[in-house]
Write a protein that binds this ligand. Structure first.
Ligand code: NDP
Length: 283
């Protein structure tokens, strides 16, 4: 857990330096824009202190918090309940106080689907997703809940890829299959949506490229990249050059922030303000 969200009047004093991170900058830009007297702070919590931190946040009247690696799974032990997708994924990145209870949600995949819906409705779509880590799990569960008919998981490690594929096959109403990514991948012609949910392209490895045959990417496909830094990855560049509709990693980050703010404050924040704040951070 490293981000805690609470009303400003509840802040007393922190005897530790509080680092700013991009999510904090984005969320606080929305708070200012909507004249919300709230704060969103970045706080490091070590693995052994997680339970105490969650209990502390509750007794101090926090409205909720985001949590990230390594706390996304472990935090569940200390919560009172889970939303549907968080329960399916077995991972929480956003905790919300509801009627005095801590409820765990997962906003990563929901943020992604909000961005995707700006370009296409995932219902009845065929999706290829590269990756099988936390982001891929959140996104593939959420696109399947949104009605995608077919999800192909393409991943380097077979164990992780098969585990995610089994989750989709067992728990979600879509057809799912796995392709071990050990050679150049050809995107099937009938694919509607191609998603990079690996960390390939993340700063500082900005020259990295996904190993797939660019000739199999067509302008009819929507392409999404989760990498927020830099937002214009080689995949984004290649897909635009091919004439595809493209979603960059900032879209997902902004939309998961929008959903978090809605959960905590009940306000629907302006995503353009949040995106501008992020663009400033990432140049
Ligand atoms: P994980 O470590 O859980 O998963 C990483 C995935 O990338 C795995 O599938 C891994 O494959 C794959 N991978 C990494 N390097 C390579 C490589 N060189 N070749 C092939 N596959 C590779 O990370 P997360 O899922 O949590 O995060 C993935 C990315 O998503 C990060 O870059 C993160 O910044 C981004 N993200 C963006 C968000 C947003 O809002 N825009 C939100 C959350 C995450 P393998 O299983 O074989 O190791």
């Amino acid at each position: 857990m490293n981000e805690l969200n609470f009303k400003q009047e509840l802040t007393a004093a922190f005897g530790q330096p509080i680092a700013e991170n991009p999510t904090q900058v984005m969320i606080e830009a929305a708070y200012r824009h909507h004249n919300l007297d709230w704060r969103y702070l970045t706080i490091e919590v070590g693995p052994h202190d997680l339970e105490a931190a969650v209990r502390g946040a509750k007794v101090m009247g926090f409205q909720g918090f985001n949590c990230t690696i390594p706390h996304k799974v472990k935090v569940i032990e200390y919560l009172d309940g889970l939303g549907q997708s968080a329960s399916l994924m077995g991972a929480v990145n956003c905790v919300v106080r509801r009627d005095g209870q801590w409820i765990g949600e997962n906003t990563d995949g929901k943020g992604f689907v909000s961005s995707l819906k700006e370009l296409t409705d995932p219902a009845r779509k065929k999706v290829v997703i590269f990756g099988a880590g936390g982001a891929a799990r959140a996104i593939s569960v959420e696109v399947a809940l949104a009605g995608a008919s077919h999800v192909t998981v393409v991943n380097r490690s077979t164990e992780r890829g098969e585990e995610l594929t089994k989750l989709l096959q067992d728990k979600l109403p879509c057809y799912a299959d796995f392709v071990a990514w050990n050679s150049t991948y050809s995107i099937p012609a009938e694919t509607d949506v191609v998603i990079n949910a690996t960390s390939i392209g993340l700063f500082p490895d900005i020259d990295a490229r996904l190993d797939f045959d660019l000739n199999t990417l067509t302008s009819a496909m929507v392409v999404a990249d989760v990498i927020p830094n830099p937002p214009v990855t080689n995949l984004v560049r290649d897909a635009r050059a091919k004439g595809c509709k493209v979603i960059d990693g900032l879209g997902m980050l902004v939309n998961q922030g929008v959903i978090g703010i809605r959960h905590w404050t009940g306000i629907d924040p302006d995503p353009t303000v949040m995106r501008s704040a992020l663009e400033e951070v990432f140049g």
